[in-house]
Design a protein around this ligand. Structure first.
Ligand SMILES: [Mn+2]
Length: 288
């Protein structure tokens, strides 16, 4: 399966601008399962997404979209971290002029990717969309948990801007007070959108890695996820922020994680994810 199922000349990994990297890992999931099926579900529905962007009025596949072989699940969270880190390096996914797009899998896939990005680029920042802060030092017995994804990522870059956060623990408030103080919560966004947008643009460095946990969206937009939290972001909020960020910054890589397909005819979550990826392809091609 491949993203957009394009003809050969547009899906060659040697030349394509966008490199789709599936990472179907589900090793530390604490509640509802299924994110191991996320990448395949997103690839399957990507067929149904228009290649023509309705805002910018051009074909976002014109510079190529290649889908790479999956990074397989490992035996432990530590081994999975190493395997992702080594594979991203070996495949040279952060080469200039190209944008890797990682399909999760659970959120614990992000820190090893951020580590490579931080080694490849000076001063990267991370823009995270998520319902959860993911700032626990460890969770369910491992420091490589999905609940620790941003705490681990902070070890590679101190600059993480967290948007959509509405669920976190006392421990996270105590351990990461500066992060917590600066959450862009859904309430804050609804109250003063332009203030929030200014904050986001001001705090991000020029080189930005975008990590999107699908549960940042309200469950009405993305019900198929491990820990659906009420009070989330809308399609319009997420895409309008992304549009402005892509106008101002250089996007070095993207992940979309925690899609756990519901099965049957309910493809809303994976369709939203595929559509969002198409949007980001359009924004990162046309806007900078
Ligand atoms: Mn998360």
């Amino acid at each position: 399966m491949s993203f957009f199922r394009l003809p050969k000349e547009l899906s060659d990994p040697a030349t394509a601008k966008f490199l789709i990297q599936p990472v179907p890992y589900e090793g530390t999931v604490s509640f509802l399962k299924g994110t191991v099926n996320g990448p395949d579900a997103i690839l399957a529905v990507s067929d149904q997404v228009e290649h023509f962007d309705e805002e910018l009025l051009f074909d976002m596949t014109q510079h190529g979209v290649a889908t790479l072989p999956s990074i397989p699940p490992a035996n432990s969270p530590e081994e999975q971290f190493e395997l992702i880190y080594n594979t991203v390096r070996e495949r040279n996914l952060f080469q200039r002029g190209r944008i890797p797009i990682f399909l999760g899998g659970e959120h614990s896939i992000t820190p090893p990717i951020v580590r490579v990005a931080a080694e490849e680029y000076d001063e990267i920042s991370v823009l995270q969309f998520d319902a959860h802060a993911d700032l626990r030092d460890s969770y369910t017995g491992t420091r490589y948990s999905h609940g620790s994804a941003m705490r681990r990522s902070l070890e590679y870059t101190p600059n993480i801007v967290q948007v959509g956060i509405r669920s976190f623990s006392e421990e996270e408030v105590r351990d990461c007070p500066d992060q917590v103080k600066r959450f862009i919560t859904p309430m804050l966004l609804a109250g003063d959108y332009s203030f929030c947008l200014d904050q986001i643009l001001h705090r991000l460095s020029k080189q930005v890695y975008i990590s999107i946990d699908i549960d940042a969206f309200d469950p009405a937009f993305a019900p198929g996820t491990g820990t659906p939290e009420p009070g989330g972001l809308s399609w319009r909020e997420v895409t309008s922020i992304l549009r402005r960020v892509c106008e101002e910054k250089n996007i070095v890589g993207i992940d979309v994680v925690e899609v756990a397909p519901l099965g049957g005819n309910n493809v809303v979550t994976e369709f939203t994810a595929a559509r969002l990826i198409g949007k980001l392809m359009a924004y990162t091609t046309k806007l900078p």
